[in-house]
Design a binder for this molecule. Structure first.
Ligand SMILES: [Fe+2]
Length: 263
């Protein structure tokens, strides 16, 4: 019996239950995603949210996110995105955060010999992200201490170039430092990110660096300028079985709402 991990990302909820993000009712679609997961019979052993839990960063919105994730609270792990307030996230999810120290919202858990680490890439007040030497040192120390069979990293911002100009301008700034770590540590097999609201896969060292659709608003995977697309919401499933690690994106069957383009 392997381990199943569910990744959700970029929820962008508002305190107003009917709040709309560029034409997309984000709370409605998050409910649809959670219903789809439930109906699929996945029954994940762990659930990771890789940031942008809220769009308005209000305490009431974090409370609403927590309420929707109640079925998974005993196995939930979260890291912030650029659309998150660290203090608000920590206040709403004190039991889902812990690891690298009080200044960042990170997590660490083990599953069948695999080590899963959540990194906090937020630069407060800015859209791009940064990992920083301190967190990279924490990753190295965790691997040295726990000697896992494999490692999965979770973070909001993407540490690779996508060849999508507007998204490449707001990724991880110190991506070279992470890529160096991936080249030197083959036990890191997967890096799961959000932020770009579409699916992509890149290879660095022994790791697949992957992004995931949002549970709400979808971005174009090719346009060099901001463009939203009418694609269904989605989520990522990671399956661990011994030394094997497989992952895939699941999209909901229907596009229920068309986005409105930015002006
Ligand atoms: Fe986002």
């Amino acid at each position: 019996m392997g381990v199943r991990i569910l990744q959700l990302s970029d929820l962008h909820l508002f305190a107003d239950p009917d709040g709309i993000l560029f034409g997309i009712p984000t709370r409605t679609l998050l409910r649809d995603v959670l219903a789809h997961v439930e109906a699929s019979g996945l029954q994940p052993d762990h659930v990771v949210v890789t940031g942008d839990h809220t769009h308005d960063e209000l305490p009431a919105t974090y409370a609403a996110v927590r309420e929707l994730l109640v079925p998974y609270l005993d196995r939930l792990h979260v890291v912030p995105g650029n659309h998150d307030d660290r203090a608000g996230l920590r206040a709403a999810f004190p039991d889902c955060i812990g690891g690298a120290g009080p200044d960042r919202c990170t997590f660490a858990f083990e599953a069948d010999g695999w080590l899963c680490l959540g990194l906090d890439t937020q630069i407060p007040g800015e859209v791009p992200g940064r990992i920083g030497e301190e967190q990279l040192g924490w990753v190295r120390a965790q691997i040295a201490e726990r000697q896992p069979r494999g490692v999965i990293l979770f973070m909001h911002h993407q540490p690779v170039v996508l060849d999508v100009a507007w998204l490449d301008a707001i990724g991880v700034e110190d991506k070279a430092a992470l890529q160096e770590l991936l080249e030197e540590e083959p036990r890191i097999r997967l890096v799961c990110c959000g932020h770009v609201h579409h699916e992509s896969t890149h290879r660095v060292g022994a790791a697949d660096v992957v992004t995931v659709p949002s549970t709400g608003l979808q971005f174009s995977p090719t346009s060099d300028e901001t463009e939203f697309v009418a694609a269904p919401p989605g989520y990522r499933v990671i399956e661990l079985d011994g030394d094997d690690c497989r992952t895939s994106v699941v999209r909901l069957p229907d596009v229920k709402f068309a986005p409105v383009q930015p002006t």
